[in-house]
Design a protein around this ligand. Structure first.
Ligand code: SF4
Ligand code: SF4
Length: 390
């Protein structure tokens, strides 16, 4: 890759990331949002899979996997996320005109802060779309029925984002961001960094172009800084100057300090890499064994046990069936010698259905086993109930 092409690749990566983050809530898979947590239903829609509240251990393991992945990437590739994909950097770059506002006229200030406000409104809404489907959001907005809670969140998010991108901007990276703080602990002497090649410091013309172009005002020649977001602007600038002389720039990406032998495979990288792989395999295993159906049976307190004219005992139960699959399910209920009414229950994909089920027969036993047999061929589920006499 030519040095001068780094910013083009960065721009492409940022554009793709922005399109994914803004567009993902609009993507539907099997009629549901690709990625959304529905607060009212307490369900997570995740690329065609529905995770219910009692399955959130899968989300916890997924979070563990992501944490190990981030640690692994940081150990090996340093702050690659900050310079290439972090939304704070992307939006700070997008609203770069704000950086010039303080030395421009009134109309420029109004226009640049106005544009930042509009961007904050859009990003605030996009964060809500991960909880309320954007299709529902726009429908309710058009009908002016967004509701106080959504309006409240939208306004608060917009204000926070506007203050962040109008005033704090890249200072966030060096002061507030916990990831930036954690990096100093995670880095080792072979982590990928942007550095000034001190072996060639005699060639530096002290033109300060690398300092002027730096969005956080660092002089990389003085050494690594926690504020550096590895945007590689200084790499491009110095490379541009030296390319006129047919030489490489003095600033570049290095695994460890320039001149030391860089190695990707080393103890820290292997340990964090193994933990990432193990947590990923555990996540796959948990996803593979998750139940498609969850059935619970409770006594029906509104229907007391009773005897029929034929001296048959009737017990009533409330059967709750959660269909966590993507297909509708028809479940047949069977038991030995006894009659079950109804003996089939239809549950739509993603539905939680509660049905009153009557069990009728001779009251000559205390316990009865009900077998729930899904017609799609999934494993049958057996539940024992207590048969109560009046
Ligand atoms: S841009 Fe290159 S030559 Fe100029 S001051 Fe920075 S390191 Fe030295
Ligand atoms: S030192 Fe270079 S890589 Fe770091 S923030 Fe400044 S311009 Fe970007």
């Amino acid at each position: 890759m030519r040095i001068r092409s780094i910013q083009s690749w960065r721009r492409l990566a940022r554009l793709l990331h922005a399109v994914i983050l803004l567009g993902l809530p609009f993507l539907k898979i099997k009629g549901q949002s690709a990625l959304r947590f529905d607060i009212s239903e307490l369900r997570l829609y995740f690329f065609g899979t529905i995770l219910w509240m009692d399955e959130f251990f899968i989300v916890l393991v997924a979070t563990l996997f992501l944490t190990f992945l981030i640690v692994f990437i940081t150990v090996v590739f340093g702050r690659i996320w900050c310079g290439w994909l972090c939304p704070q950097t992307i939006i700070s770059d997008l609203t770069g005109f704000v950086d010039k506002a303080y030395r421009k006229g009134f109309s420029y200030k109004i226009t640049s802060y106005g544009a930042t406000f509009i961007i904050s409104v859009i990003i605030g809404a996009s964060l809500i779309w991960y909880f309320v489907s954007p299709y529902e959001f726009f429908g309710r907005l058009m009908a002016w029925q967004l509701g106080k809670v959504i309006w409240g969140f939208w306004i608060v998010l917009t204000v926070i984002l506007f203050l962040n991108f109008a005033l704090i901007r890249r200072r966030f990276c060096a002061t507030v961001c916990p990831y930036a703080r954690a990096q100093s602990v995670l880095f080792d002497n072979k982590t990928l960094i942007i550095a000034f090649d001190k072996r060639r410091q005699d060639e530096c013309m002290d033109c300060r172009a690398c300092v002027q172009v730096c969005p956080v005002g660092i002089d990389i020649r003085k050494g690594a800084s926690i504020a550096c977001i590895t945007c590689a602007e200084c790499v491009d600038k110095c490379g541009e100057i030296f390319s006129r002389k047919g030489r490489k720039g003095l600033i570049n990406y290095f695994f460890g300090e320039p001149g030391t032998e860089g190695r990707i495979i080393r103890q820290n990288a292997v340990i964090t890499g193994m933990l990432t792989i193990l947590s990923f395999l555990f996540l796959i295993y948990l996803t593979g064994i998750r139940k498609g159906l969850d059935i619970t049976i409770m006594p029906d307190y509104d229907f007391k046990p009773r005897l029929t004219e034929k001296n048959e005992l009737i017990n009533s139960f409330i059967v709750s069936i959660e269909n966590r699959k993507k297909e509708d399910e028809r479940i047949v209920i069977k038991t030995i010698d006894l009659k079950v009414v109804p003996d089939t229950i239809q549950v739509k994909a993603g539905e939680l259905k509660k049905t009153r089920v009557l069990v009728i027969g001779k009251g000559d036993r205390d316990h009865v086993t009900l077998s729930f047999i899904p017609e799609t061929g999934n494993a049958q589920i057996s539940k024992e109930i207590t048969f109560i006499k009046p």
